[in-house]
Design a protein around this ligand. Structure first.
Ligand code: KIV
Ligand code: ZN
Length: 386
């Protein structure tokens, strides 16, 4: 199995979303949860952006033991000085510096040239190397950067000492095959590419962040930049839980992470609660309906063998069990199952009568709860059932 490094940027790319701001105490809580989840790198903030962010990077560095703590900078000396200072207490530290490499960024953001950007990239890496051994370089908007120029930048920053090179699809523009081809091109055309780790950092503007990330991994990337629940700028970043579970479900890809997947659900709840950012009900892996079965055919199949309609065990992501939701589309099997969970065994003749009453109610009421079921069955909840 090949090892894939998980770089979590919930506290940087995720936290910059309006309304998601956390104070330092809350950020430490999230960082500790990420540590126990098993992430390899925690991007703790962008220290030059505000005194609060600086302080959070300092405090997270003190609070967390084994993951690498990473601080973001632009490719300018002042940013790098401040990041190095914020990281002073980290046991394992990384500076993440970089610059836009697409024609669009070079022209409109920097009013510059490819040659000058290349020089600035090399200078930033060399400067960061004065402070830390582990330097990651990001080629911002790599998704829209010409592959030949991108390869020149990647080769130059690795030569200057970058240990990781990040290939962000900053605008979430790439198609999965196209992003995979980009990583493949770099793996095949950059001299010294094996002296560094190539990383993906995909945004979800077209809903393809996870697909692009997996495509990058299949073509040689060995670090992925992700966030819990996929939160992040605009439509968000690649979600950690999706990547971790894809690799767990598809063992044939031969790639493993160190994520303790049973802690996924509790970490998701923590982040959602602290950031005041609800998770959509149908969100893969961690949404309220991710393991809920509501149609009669599915419920019957799952009650016979859960693998009929479940490709993963809810326990593997830290959810106790799947749920069989009672709706007007539920069949007798689901109703009988719920009654038996409530300690009521009914023979088939009686079940038919109760089922008819159940359907009448379910047509009027969206959510049939345990009290409704017992009432229909002509029973009241006992103390034990409460
Ligand atoms: O999306 C992006 O390009 C980024 C970089 C700063 C790494 O977040
Ligand atoms: Zn980003």
């Amino acid at each position: 199995m090949d090892r894939l490094f998980i770089f979590d940027t919930t506290l940087r790319d995720g936290e910059q979303v309006p309304g998601c701001q956390l104070n330092t105490v809350e950020k430490i809580q999230v960082a500790k949860a990420l540590e126990s989840l098993g992430v390899d790198v925690i991007e703790a903030g962008f220290p030059i952006s505000s005194p609060g962010d600086f302080n959070s990077v300092v405090e997270i560095s003190k609070a967390v033991t084994w993951p690498t703590i990473c601080a973001l900078t632009r490719g300018v000396q002042k940013d790098i000085d401040v990041a190095a200072e914020a990281l002073q207490y980290a046991k394992n530290k990384r500076i993440h510096t970089g610059i836009g490499t697409s024609e669009f960024h070079i022209k409109h953001k920097f009013n510059s040239t490819q040659k000058e950007i290349l020089e600035r990239a090399i200078a930033a890496v060399k400067y960061a190397k004065k402070y830390v051994e582990d330097v990651e370089f990001y080629c911002e908007d790599a998704g829209r950067t010409d592959n030949v120029y991108l390869a020149r930048v990647v080769e130059a920053v690795i030569k200057a000492g970058a240990t990781v090179v990040n290939i962000p699809d900053t605008t979430g523009y790439c198609l999965p095959w196209e992003f995979g081809e980009k990583i493949k091109f770099l793996m095949e055309n950059v001299n010294g590419v094996h002296n560094a780790i190539i990383s993906t950092h995909c945004h979800n503007d077209l809903g393809m962040a996870t697909a692009n990330t997996i495509s990058g991994v299949m073509n040689g990337a060995r670090q992925v930049e992700v966030t819990m629940n996929g939160i992040g700028e605009r439509a968000g970043n690649t979600s950690l839980e999706e990547v971790a579970m894809i690799l767990k479900c598809h063992k044939g890809l031969n790639i493993e992470t160190q994520i303790n997947t049973q802690k996924i659900y509790s970490t998701s709840r923590l982040v959602s609660g602290l950031m005041n950012m609800p998770v959509q009900a149908n969100k893969a892996i961690v949404g309220r309906n991710a393991f809920a079965h509501s149609s009669g055919i599915h419920q019957d199949g799952v009650l016979k063998n859960r693998e009929s309609y479940e490709i993963m065990d809810p326990k593997d992501v830290g959810i106790d069990e799947n749920s069989i939701v009672l709706t007007a589309r539920s069949g007798r099997a689901a109703l009988k199952h719920r009654l038996s969970v409530l300690g009521v065994d009914v023979e088939n003749g009686k079940l038919d009568v109760i089922y008819e009453e159940f359907l009448k109610l379910a047509d009027k009421k969206k959510d049939i709860n345990d009290d409704d079921v017992l009432l229909i069955a002509g029973l009241e909840r006992s103390e034990k059932q409460r």
